[in-house]
Each structure stands twice: as C-alpha cells, then as structure tokens.
Design a protein around this ligand. Structure first.
Ligand SMILES: [Zn+2]
Length: 361
C-alpha cells in the first residue's frame, strides 16, 4: 500500500451516526495522484472534528434519556425475551496476539523471495498444525523479476452453507528490504491477528458459517504501487476461487491490515460494501469500541479489491494514519513500540463479534 492521504470535510456523510468525518486519499507517487489532490477541497477539518467529537448520538431505536425512562416505574407486564444481543461478547487473547506480532517482527524484513519470508511461512505453518490448509502457490512475474508467492489458507468448518473469509498479508516491502524496515504493524499485526483467530476457531465445528483465514503474500508492491504492481497473492487467489466456484459461497470477506497502532482509528474504506462496514461498526458498538472506528473515510486499495471487483461483499479493516500524518507507514519507524495489545483486542473482539452477527443473517 502507499500512503498519500488528505483530510477534508465530507458534509454528505450520514450513515452510520458519526460526527467526525474526513476524506483521505492514497496511492502511488504519480501525476495522477497530484491531479486528484489538486481538485480536492483543501479544507482541513481537524479543528471542526475535534469540536464535534464529544457528540455521541444514540441509535434512533434506543432510549435517549435515562431520567425519562425512570419516571415510569411500572415494570413491563411480561419479562422481555432475551434478545440475540444478550450473547456474551467474544474476545481474543490480546497478550498472545501481541506476542505473535513481536515474534513475526523479530524475523526482520520479510519480502517475497527472502530467507526471512521462508522462515515466517514455516512459523505460520507450525501454528496451524492439524488445521485444514489450502496452499496457493505460484510465481509472480514482476518488474523486479520473478518471485515465488505463497498464500496460506486455514479452513475452520461450520454447519451453515457458505463461508466468511478473513485476509491478512504477511509479506513486507521488497523496496525497503535493506533499510531496516521490519513492518511490525504493516505485515506483522495482520499475520498475528489471524494466528490468534485460528486459536479461537480451532477444535470445534461452528454452528454458523465456515471461517477461512488467508495469510496473503505479495500484498506490497515490489517497486511502485500500481494496479499491476501490488496485491499479487490476493489477485491470484481471487482468480483461482472464481474459477473453482468458491467465490459464490463467500458471504463476507474482511481484510486485517495495520490494526495494532496504539492510537487506533480504523478507517471507513469506501472501497468496500456498506452493509458489511456498518455491521462491523455495530459489532464495535457492542464492545464499546466505536470511538476507534470510522472517524475518517476514503478509498483505500488493499487485498480485498480483487474480491470486491468480483462481487464479494468486502470490508478492509485498516488504520491508515499510523503516527502523525502517517509518518511511520513504510518506514523503519514501523516498530513494536508503536503498537498496543489493546488495539489488537479492539479489532480482534470486533471481528469475532462481526462473525457472530454474520452467522445470524
Ligand atoms: Zn504496506
């Protein structure tokens, strides 16, 4: 991914109720970008947003006044039936997830074709022993030559027909391979949260949909981000699953990327399916995490795009403001000290809850 972005007011946004709105843009360093940026209004809304942020609108179907509710002491004639939302909130083991992140990051730079990349593949495989695995292996022909690419998919069966797919890339940037770049957040956190999801899913047949976890390879560009130099693994997997009929069975696909920033603000990626993004927000709200979601919105290119283009409902769960003005993104500053287990917990719990909500649809 590349990281040019800009914030501006988006007065048209209405759904769901969020008060701080920003549009950001990102993409390669190219003239197209500069042209796009030149037509975007330059209104920077941080001050406005800060003023608006304390407003927390209650959903229209919930009481907005506790005092008013208390003035009618009579109990309901019959006890309310337990709603589906009385289910306990799922939660991940955040300490374990941050430890995975630390171990993955400790391999060092992990670009396609490197020894560290192979070591990480073995590390992932070691954590998936006994699980049902699909390997998607091919050679990518790129502007920097040929690279071996290896997507790893772990499948956890459910009783309902269809599956929910969660993607997270495990490669780091080839162009940054000699800079000391270790991608703790970008590549590390996504690898780790999927390993923790596997722990949560393992050992039982789900009552809901099957859940497939895919560690994607070659998400990053080998030279400069473009339609042809990026998303190598996801493009291949989407094509493969289109041919064999798998895509039609996918109820929802979610990408985890850069989700461990201690200052967590998950973006509403407008390259996505609105109902699924709203469902994630509902899940976040159940956990009390909604202040970490969707303050900003804009289009982001990520591993979900090849699936979205083929009609799969998709959401990209990403915080593309990593450090002030995204200064840590794709730099040697992307290190463990910027991350927090709390952020992995917020995202992990929210996605497990989203899966539960998807099961009910
Ligand atoms: Zn990246």
């Amino acid at each position: 991914m590349e990281n040019r972005w800009k914030e501006t007011m988006n007065p048209t946004r209405t759904n769901p109720p969020r008060t701080k709105t920003q549009v950001f843009l990102r993409g390669p360093l190219c003239s197209l970008w500069l042209r796009i940026l030149s037509v975007v209004p330059l209104t920077l809304t941080l001050a406005t947003a800060a003023c608006n942020k304390p407003t927390t609108a209650a959903p229209a179907d919930q009481p907005t006044s506790v005092a008013a509710a208390n003035t009618t002491p009579e109990p309901p004639a019959t006890p309310a039936a337990p709603s589906p939302d009385s289910a306990p909130l799922p939660h991940i083991d955040a300490k374990r997830a941050i430890e995975y992140t630390r171990e993955v990051t400790a391999f060092g730079p992990r670009p396609m074709g490197s020894d560290n990349h192979k070591k990480l593949q073995r590390y992932i495989a070691d954590h998936l022993k006994g699980d049902q695995i699909e390997d998607d292996i091919f050679t990518a022909d790129t502007v920097e030559g040929k690279f071996p690419v290896h997507n790893i998919i772990a499948k956890f069966p459910g009783k309902k027909d269809g599956m929910i797919v969660i993607l997270g890339h495990y490669d780091t940037n080839y162009p940054l391979r000699n800079t000391g770049y270790v991608g703790a957040n970008d590549g590390g956190s996504s690898t780790a949260i999927l390993l923790e999801f596997a722990n949560q899913l393992r050992g039982k047949t789900r009552d809901g949909y099957s859940v497939w976890l895919a560690w994607t390879d070659g998400e990053e560009a080998v030279k400069t981000w473009s339609d042809t130099d990026s998303l190598y693994g996801a493009n291949h997997l989407a094509g493969k699953w289109e041919k064999d009929g798998t895509l039609k069975k996918i109820k929802a696909l979610m990408v985890m990327d850069m989700i461990a920033d201690a200052d967590l603000n998950i973006d509403r990626n407008l390259n996505g399916t609105p109902w699924l993004m709203d469902l994630i927000y509902d899940a976040a709200t159940r956990g009390g995490y909604q202040s970490h979601f969707y303050d900003r919105q804009g289009p982001i290119e990520d591993d979900h795009l090849p699936f979205l283009k083929r009609g799969v409902p998709c959401a990209d769960v990403i915080d593309l403001n990593y450090g002030y003005n995204n200064v840590f993104h794709h730099t040697p500053q992307d290190t463990m000290d910027k991350l927090s287990p709390k952020s992995l917990e917020i995202v992990g719990n929210t996605i497990l809850e989203t899966i539960r909500l998807l099961d009910q649809r």
